[in-house]
Design a binder for this molecule. Structure first.
Ligand code: NAD
Ligand code: DAU
Length: 349
């Protein structure tokens, strides 16, 4: 498969920006990247600053809304798009509980618009890769893992909207023979993640000696994956995954939330003068419909394509903490406007 003009949607977000940087460094990708991002509160052009100069002729940016079907069709035609890697989404579960509408519009309707535009490219279109989440499978008890055969049971408006978009992608393969792949991934962490998510929120609050709000009893479990490992898995699937198939991606790193928050406190204590940050841990009201445990079986991806995560959780977390403490300009840039509004609305601070 040769990709000449790859549309990456949501390329100014956390995973999308890491993916663009990763892909431009790969010897086996020679095409052009067309980044389509509407720059919502979560999209930040600083995540990709300097790229146009560093890779002349390899990278273009369009500020555009995937909910706008005509605009999508025009970009597909103007840029002769022959493949898509689709990240753009409303991605934060807590926001989907407070304001679900945007999740249906962007995640469901936006995905539909892109599928239609891709279908309109006919034979020249080689791949639609859809980036999805393990949350579509619902919640696990104390044992067991999500496989690709686990029935869908989404519990939040976010995961329901992602489940709907997965089904549309699958249906476009079955009905229209659109070449597609889907990946369902566990929780990512690493540089450039917007600090509404657990790990960057806790690092920045620990740095600033602010309360560390842990939901419920803090014993919910997530399976953590370093973002660069996720990028490698996606590119592996795009190159060699069987069309029409779904692949689970996981980090082999199940952790209770409270254990992560304690690790962050202890690491920040070593790096910055004040001590005893565990005192900042504050148990707060639980998230409604809070899934208890996620854990991924990525045996299919390992067996068929040889992928496995490279980073351990401890080393990935240490790198991530160091990145947030070193990149003050970036953190100051995102800790304003929409970020402060959200913190006030959600945590009441
Ligand atoms: P993010 O919230 O950091 O970034 C989302 C990006 O999409 C932003 O740049 C935003 O501007 C853009 N966007 C939003 N609405 C848009 C619209 N209508 N038109 C065009 N652009 C729009 O998200 P992320 O954490 O990088 O997640 C990327 C994808 O990966 C999502 O599809 C998410 O469901 C999936 N995913 C995320 C994780 C995770 O842990 N973060 C895990 C598994 C899957
Ligand atoms: O599993 C993949 C999913 O991971 C992705 O599809 C989502 O886009 C991504 O946001 C993430 O969802 P989570 O809800 O698991 O991530 P979040 O960082 O919001 O929360 C992680 C855990 O930490 C969860 O159990 C809730 C808890 N939490 C979160 C916040 C923001 C807290 O205890 N306190 C908090 O303030």
């Amino acid at each position: 498969m040769k990709i000449e003009n790859l549309m990456v949607t949501g390329g100014c977000g956390f995973i999308g920006s890491n993916f663009i940087r990763y892909l431009l460094q790969q010897d086996d990708f020679e095409g052009q990247i067309i980044n389509v991002d509407f720059l919502t509160y979560a999209g930040n052009p600083d995540n990709l600053s300097g790229l146009e100069d560093r890779y002349p002729g390899r990278y273009q940016f369009y500020r555009a809304d995937i909910r706008d079907r005509e605009r999508m069709e025009k970009i597909f035609a103007d840029c002769a798009i022959d493949a898509v890697c689709h990240f753009a989404a409303e991605s934060h579960v807590d926001r989907s509980i407070r304001h679900p509408e945007a999740f249906v519009e962007t995640n469901v309707l936006g995905t539909f618009n892109l599928l239609e535009a891709a279908r309109g490219r006919g034979e020249s279109f080689v791949l639609f890769h859809h980036v999805s989440t393990d949350e579509v499978y619902g919640s696990l008890g104390p044992v067991g893992l999500f496989t690709e055969e686990t029935p869908y049971r989404p519990n939040s408006p976010y995961s329901a909207s992602k489940a709907a978009s997965d089904h549309l992608v699958r249906a476009y393969h079955e009905t229209f023979a659109l070449p597609t792949t889907i990946s369902n991934c566990s929780n990512n962490y690493g540089p450039y993640q917007f600090p509404e998510k657990l790990i960057p929120l806790m690092i920045m609050n620990a740095r600033d000696e602010k309360p560390l709000p842990v939901y419920g009893d803090g014993k919910n479990v997530r399976d953590w994956l370093y973002v660069v490992d996720h990028c490698e898995a996606i590119w592996t699937i795009m190159k060699s995954g069987r069309r029409g198939e779904t692949y689970n991606i996981g980090g082999n790193a199940e952790m209770e939330n409270i254990a992560i928050v304690e690790m962050i406190c202890d690491t920040v204590d070593i790096l910055l003068p004040a001590k005893g940050r565990r005192r900042l841990i504050t148990y707060v009201k639980d998230r409604p419909g809070h899934d208890r445990r996620y854990a991924i079986d990525f045996a299919k991806l390992n067996r068929e394509l040889g992928w496995r995560p490279r980073e351990s959780f401890r080393s990935g977390l240490e790198k991530t903490i160091a990145w947030y403490l070193e990149n003050k300009t970036w953190t100051e840039g995102v800790q304003s406007g929409a970020y402060l509004d959200w913190i006030k609305e959600h945590y009441g601070q």
